[in-house]
Design a binder for this molecule. Structure first.
Ligand code: HEM
Length: 453
C-alpha cells in the first residue's frame, strides 16, 4: 500500500480506500476519492474487469478496460469495436430507416447531434471538418486574444485579494465565457446557459453505474431544468439568420454542409450547440482545477513554468494525462468475440473505456504518478480518446488551458493551497473537485512573456 500514498491527492477523504480486488467499485458512492488506488489494483489483478449483467441487452456483460494498449487499440478500430451510436444506426437501418430520417426532427438534441448529420464514419469526418473544426478544432487558434481577455478579466476580479476559490472564480467561468463568445451568445446569458449546461451533464454527474443510469425522477427533473434551452437556441438562430455576426452559430446558419449538399435545419444547429455546451464546459474546468492542485503538490514547477513558457504545453499535457477529466465512458462494443489481456470478451459486449486508468498504466508510462515535463511523446495519453472519434474540441481545450496558465503565470508569482480544502469530488464519471481555495502572491510587475497582458 505504501506506493499509493505518494499519488493520493485526497488523503483527507473519509471514503474507504480499496485494498484488494473485492473492494474495487469504480461506480459506488464516493468511489472518486480513491479511483487511482483502484486502478493500481485493477492493473495488477484484473486489467479487463467483467461487470456481470452490465451489457447492452439483458444477460450480456460489460468489461472495464484499464490498460493503455487496450483502450488505445479499441478507440482506433471502429470496425472491431463499433460505437454504441454506430450500433443504434445499424438497428435503424434494419428497420428500413436512415438516421437522417429518424432524427431530422427528433427533439432529443443529443440524439439529433449524434446521429442525423453523421451516421457513417465518412460523414462523421466531414461533419467535423466542415462544421466544428473551423471553431473548436484547428480553427480555434483564432480565439487566442478572446480567451486571454476573458482570463484577464476574471483575474482582475480577485488579484488584489491574496486568496481565491479557484473553481467558482476562474476554472468554471472561463470555459463558459469562452464558449459563449464562440457561439455568439450574449455574455449576460451565461448564468442561464451554465444552468442548462449543468442540466445537460446530469447523467454524467448524477447517473449511476457504468451506463450513467438515471431514475425516472432524475430524468424528469433534468428535462424540467432544460426547459427553454431549445427555444433559446432557436431564438438565437432566428436572430443570426437575419443579422449574421462573426460567430459559430451565424456560421452554422449560413454554411452549406457539402457532405449532404444542403444547409442545416434549426434543430440540427441546436444539436451542435447542445454538443458544444455538453462537451466544452466542465471538461476544461476540471483540467484547470486539477492542474492547480498538481502545481500546489509539486514544488518548483510553478517557478519553472514562470521562467520558461515553452514548458507550458508539456505541463498541460502531462497533467491531463495524470488527472484525466473524463475518467471513463461506456461507448464502445465488440463486433466479434475477442480476447483482451487473456479475458474472453464475447461479441456484443459493452466496453467501458477507462481513459484515466490507461493514462497511468506503468507499462506505457514509466513512473506514471510523477509529473515529468520531459516525458517523451507526451500527447499520446488518451484523455481526449484517440482515433477517428477523438474529441472534436481538443484543440480549443488545449489552447484554453495554455492561455489560462500563461495569463496566471504573468500575473501571479506563487500559488499554494489555502485553508479549508477537503479535496472532495462530485459524484459521477468526471474528476470534479468541489472546492479549491488557493493562496497566491500577486506579481509586482506582471510579466508579459505569456499570453496575458
Ligand atoms: C479537457 C477537456 C476535454 C476532455 C477531457 C474531453 C474528452 C472527450 C472524450 C474522452 C470524448 C469521447 C471520444 C470518443 O468517444 O472516442 C469526447 C467527445 C466529445 N467532446 Fe470532448 N473533451 C474535452 C473538451 C471538449 C471541448 C472544449 C469540446 C467542445 C468545444 C468538446 C466536445 C466534445 C464532443 C461534441 C464530443 C462527442 C463527439 C462524438 O460525438 O463522437 N470536448 N471528449
Amino acid at each position: 500500500m505504501a506506493s499509493f500514498q505518494k499519488h493520493v491527492n485526497h488523503e483527507l477523504s473519509p471514503m474507504a480506500c480499496p485494498v484488494d480486488l473485492d473492494d474495487v467499485d469504480l461506480f459506488g458512492v464516493g468511489a472518486q476519492e480513491h479511483w487511482y488506488e483502484a486502478y493500481e489494483i485493477l492493473h495488477r489483478e484484473s486489467p479487463v474487469f467483467r461487470i456481470e449483467g452490465g451489457g447492452i441487452t439483458p444477460g450480456t456483460d460489460a468489461y472495464v478496460l484499464t490498460k493503455f494498449a487496450d483502450v488505445d487499440m479499441v478507440v482506433k478500430d471502429p470496425v472491431r469495436f463499433p460505437s454504441l451510436t454506430a450500433r443504434r444506426i445499424a438497428a435503424l437501418a434494419e428497420q428500413g430507416l436512415t438516421a437522417e430520417e429518424a432524427y431530422a426532427s427528433n427533439h432529443n438534441l443529443m440524439q439529433t447531434s449524434m446521429m442525423s448529420l453523421r451516421p457513417t464514419q465518412e460523414l462523421y469526418f466531414k461533419h467535423r471538418r466542415e462544421l466544428t473544426d473551423p471553431w473548436v478544432g484547428p480553427g480555434a487558434l483564432r480565439h487566442r486574444d478572446m480567451i486571454a481577455q476573458h482570463a484577464n478579466d476574471l483575474i482582475d476580479e480577485w488579484i488584489d485579494d491574496g486568496d481565491v476559490e479557484f473553481i467558482s472564480r476562474f476554472a468554471r467561468p472561463l470555459p463558459q465565457r469562452v464558449m459563449s463568445s464562440i457561439l455568439g451568445f450574449p455574455q449576460e446569458d451565461i448564468p442561464q446557459l451554465a444552468a442548462w449546461g449543468d442540466a445537460a451533464v446530469t447523467p454524467f454527474v448524477h447517473g449511476t453505474g457504468l451506463k450513467h443510469e438515471m431514475t425516472p425522477e432524475q430524468t424528469e427533473d433534468m428535462i424540467a431544468r432544460l426547459d427553454g434551452f431549445q427555444d433559446y437556441i432557436y431564438e438565437q438562430v432566428k436572430a443570426k439568420r437575419l443579422d449574421p455576426q462573426d460567430d459559430m452559430v451565424s456560421f452554422l446558419c449560413s454554411v452549406t454542409y457539402e457532405a449532404l449538399d444542403r444547409k442545416l435545419t434549426d434543430i440540427e444547429i441546436a444539436g451542435i450547440v447542445h454538443a458544444m455546451i455538453l462537451g466544452g464546459l466542465e471538461t476544461t474546468q476540471y483540467a484547470l482545477e486539477e492542474q492547480a492542485q498538481l502545481l500546489c503538490e509539486n514544488q518548483g514547477v510553478y517557478e519553472r513554468l514562470r521562467g520558461d513558457r515553452s514548458l507550458l504545453r508539456s505541463f498541460t499535457e502531462e497533467t491531463m494525462r495524470m488527472r484525466a477529466p473524463t475518467h471513463g465512458l461506456s461507448t464502445r462494443t465488440t463486433a466479434n468475440d475477442e480476447v483482451l489481456q487473456g479475458v474472453k470478451v464475447p461479441a456484443g459486449s459493452l466496453l467501458h473505456l477507462r481513459f484515466a486508468a490507461a493514462n497511468v498504466d506503468e507499462e506505457e508510462f514509466e513512473c506514471p504518478y510523477e509529473l515529468d515535463l520531459e516525458r517523451e511523446r507526451l500527447t499520446r495519453h488518451v484523455t481526449f480518446s484517440a482515433g477517428p472519434r477523438v474529441c472534436p474540441g481538443a484543440t480549443l481545450s488545449r489552447l484554453e488551458q495554455q492561455i489560462a496558465w500563461g495569463t496566471l503565470l504573468d500575473r501571479i508569482e506563487s500559488i499554494e493551497y489555502g485553508d479549508d480544502n477537503d479535496w472532495m469530488h462530485q459524484p459521477g464519471i468526471m474528476l470534479g473537485t468541489l472546492r479549491l481555495n488557493l493562496r497566491f502572491g500577486k506579481a509586482d510587475v506582471p510579466m508579459s512573456l505569456g499570453t496575458g497582458r
